[in-house]
Design a protein around this ligand. Structure first.
Ligand code: PSU
Ligand code: MN
Length: 308
């Protein structure tokens, strides 16, 4: 049988030996979600936020066919400056690895890697979801199906508001994925701390989220939890303010015929331009905020499972 080529960074390898908490981080946000050099600065500062909150960061990517769990500074920098890196989801992860190629992992692929590495908790910015017009395009991110089958708790800032949020919630409910707002009733919407939609579930601390994670395992339920952590209000772009900008960006994407994997990166980039960089600052703030919460959850999961 083919052995899985996993490579742990030294600090992740040490955390595994000591049973210390680890937080997985994705790499598509570095290669496709932000421009250089903000992507690299963000990758570093997000790793620092995880360490400061008492866990070890494991940024995940495929480098020359190997699945890396934790990247060195040099590897991070190489990814952040590379052009034309593949964006890997469940469908293309194995092909990329078998061919010895390099690719960045989306939420779906990062969850697969995290589970393979025994990591329970993962922080990102926003997950993929049901795109607007999906009734015509059928564009529904593989992230949603991954959440239904891979047992990792994913901390995000809600689904990106470029998506159809009500349809995204419906699909998550159909798939049996708990969508848990952190310490508020409203569903956060990425750049905005609140949205007009109520969140299906609410938990107010990391301990409660960790207990729910472990209870799913005790029930034998496959699949993860989606934790929707609102962006700090000081950094948000209110929902009513960002909504027309999103509509403009989607109109441009439609006019240019942008579809498939290219759509999410295109829209993020357009919105960064249309907001004069403000949405990028918000994006950086929310990822760091998610990293802090994920580290707390990872700590509680570790402590509760060691005392079980
Ligand atoms: N969140 C961000 N920036 C990103 C993404 C999420 O703040 O670039 C990426 C994630 O990797 C997510 C992917 O899994 O976008 C979703 O892409 P798609 O809609 O093509 O499934
Ligand atoms: Mn898609």
């Amino acid at each position: 049988m083919t052995a899985l080529p996993l490579i742990f960074s030294p600090e992740v390898a040490q955390a595994r030996r000591h049973g210390s908490p680890v937080v997985a981080l994705e790499s598509t946000i570095i290669t496709h979600g932000m421009p250089f050099p903000d992507n690299l600065d963000t990758a570093w500062s997000v790793e620092e936020a995880v360490r400061a909150a008492g866990a070890i960061p494991a940024t995940i990517a495929v480098l020359e066919g190997k699945l890396h769990i934790g990247l060195s500074e040099g590897e991070l920098e190489a990814l952040a400056t590379a052009h034309g890196v593949a964006k890997l989801s469940r469908a293309d992860l194995a092909v990329c690895m078998a061919q010895g190629r390099t690719g960045a992992t989306t939420v779906a692929a990062t969850m697969i890697a995290a589970r393979a590495a025994g990591i329970a908790c993962f922080a990102t910015g926003g997950i993929g979801g049901v795109h607007r017009g999906a009734e015509h395009s059928f564009d529904i991110s593989a992230d949603l199906h991954e959440l239904a089958q891979t047992s990792v708790s994913v901390v995000c800032a809600g689904a990106k508001a470029i998506l159809d949020l009500p349809k995204t919630l419906e699909v998550l409910e159909t798939l049996g994925v708990p969508v848990i707002a952190y310490a508020q009733d409203s569903l956060p919407a990425f750049w905005s701390a609140t949205s007009p939609l109520p969140a299906p579930l609410r938990l107010d601390d990391a301990d409660g989220i960790a207990r729910a994670h472990l209870m799913r395992a005790a029930l034998g339920l496959p699949g993860g939890q989606l934790i929707a952590n609102p962006i700090p209000v000081a950094d948000e772009i209110p929902y009513d303010e960002i909504a027309p900008i999103i509509t403009r960006a989607i109109d441009v994407a439609d006019a240019q015929g942008i579809t498939g994997k290219a759509l999410t990166p295109f829209l993020l980039d357009r919105i960064h331009q249309l907001t004069g960089g403000r949405s990028l600052e918000a994006n950086i703030s929310l990822v760091r905020n998610n990293a802090r919460l994920a580290a707390k959850i990872a700590n509680r999961i570790t402590t509760l499972s060691q005392n079980a």
